[in-house]
Design a binder for this molecule. Sequence first.
Ligand code: SAM
Length: 240
Amino acid sequence: MKLYKELAEWWPLMSPHTEYEEEAGLYLEIIRRYHPGVRTAVEFGSGGGSNAYYFKQHFSMVLTDLSPDMLEVSRKLNPDCEHIEGDMRRLDLGLQFDLVFIHDAIMYLTAAADLLAVMHNAKKHLNDNGMLLIVADQFKETFRPQTDHGGSDLGRKGMRYLEWTYDSDPDDHVTETEYVYVMREEDGSVVREYDRTESGLFSMAEWEGLLAEAGFKAHFERVEYTSIEGTYFAIAAIQK
Ligand SMILES: C[S@@+](CC[C@H](N)C(=O)[O-])C[C@H]1O[C@@H](n2cnc3c(N)ncnc32)[C@H](O)[C@@H]1O
């Protein structure tokens, strides 16, 4: 996606980290329920590092992402965290953590074999009693087509976006999202861009089966955001 490459510098205006405070608190509650003693964590697909900004106040975070541009954005917000470039399916840090966190990133993988590769890789990065927390945006059971919009200003710069997610073929494992971005530069000039991505759409039973194959027991935890409509679940995956 252009958003995670040439447009990455606009990410903090599109999705300011302050908008993540509530959700980070909800995920922390789940983490504490399953693993009260978390001291070290790694995030796969850490993007702009917005959840990490809140998590790092409770435990140490190593941040990893496929995109060097997004790592650069996160370094500005989280200069105190180590940042490492890598694909969540195969990166090898040679370290074990109490928590592997994957949020709003694993759904860019649309093949079950890729999800399984990530789960195996998460297991490789976990201590014996470590947990995996996956926040996947969508499941077959709960998916509804939706539109979203937002953005913010920073001085004279500003960004607004419109996002439309739909499922053109309910029989496959993919949804489509179209984006329109409008960006106002410091000098007042306006740039418009379009973007598109596909996201994986799997049932809870499919997630549960893949996690079991990788050695995890899946617990689906309802997450109640006050500002987002719809039904959302995080998966607390505990090693068997
Ligand atoms: C929406 S951002 C994640 C937001 C982040 N969890 C936060 O709290 O700010 C999605 C990120 O997933 C990353 N990503 C997508 N596919 C990936 C992969 N296979 N391995 C690692 N990162 C990936 C993208 O580069 C992007 O930076």
